[in-house]
Design a protein around this ligand. Sequence first.
Ligand code: NAP
Length: 288
Amino acid sequence: MNTITLNNGVTMPQLGFGVYQIPSDETAQAVYEAIKIGYRLIDTAAVYGNEKETGAGIKQAIEEGLVTREELFVTSKLFILQTPENKAAATIEHSLSVMGLDYLDLYLIHQPYGDIYGAWRALVAAQQAGKVRAIGISNFKAAKMIEFVGLNEVKPQVNQIEVNPWYQREADLVWHEQYGVQVEAWAPFAEGHHDLFTNPILAEIGSKYGKSVGQVVLRWLMQRGIVALAKSVHPERMAENIDIFDFELTASDMATIQSMDKKESAFFDHDAPEQVEWFMKRMWDTEK
Ligand SMILES: NC(=O)c1ccc[n+]([C@@H]2O[C@H](COP(=O)([O-])OP(=O)(O)OC[C@H]3O[C@@H](n4cnc5c(N)ncnc54)[C@H](OP(=O)(O)O)[C@@H]3O)[C@@H](O)[C@H]2O)c1
């Protein structure tokens, strides 16, 4: 497994397993299977409603001797209503408690809304107390990331954002590199939007190496220096998605994929009024 060293010296696996949209009653088994197959980075969030079950899958894998806690890199995130400093501190404690962990490897502010500065103070304090090894942000566009770095003493180690062949974030990557903030890709497959898994261009590239579309996409992200999170509830797909370290895309393959960029989200624009309105409604669901 490739690793990436963050701006505070912590290393993280470059490929991980995400549990968004996995029903809570399937999450423990999925996480356990993913660890058994070789994933070491596991990504959940308070708002996914499956932190507890993610912790249960981790616990089972450790108890069966498949892995040690130190070999894993576990991420969670707080949502909008949890951003005020005191709530953020309590939410970190809650994540640790329900997951049954002494520390998290990465904790993120999930959305660029709410009291993100209060939340950041709580994350920095948790990091200083050894409760989280790395801290970061998610869904911050480059301009917001730059403002956030500029107004805080501790800069985020990671920004988790949508990156996939339809939304490649070329300019955003340059800004993040300049500011030393590691980009982590969510929805690397765009959840299959725009028929990604049957795309003939990606399939043809894959056929040269005996690899699937999903493998080409993840390999493309690895070669761009991006950390990627893939999700599947199927063990055979989990195994397929991690089997990407034995081939290399050529510069010509990379250029071909680059030409597929639609330069817009496969889902929604985080700044669109309708989207912010949706967040405002959804956030009440996360209040404990
Ligand atoms: N920070 C954020 O705001 C944010 C937002 C979204 C996601 N995330 C994180 O990023 C992770 C990944 O994103 P995502 O789950 O939204 O989308 P994704 O990984 O792009 O796509 C997942 C979808 O692809 C299918 N799939 C996976 N591997 C496949 C393969 N080899 N062949 C065919 N189909 C395959 C899965 O189906 P099956 O499960 O049926 O196999 C699932 O429907 C999440 O789980 C979460 O941890 C973060």
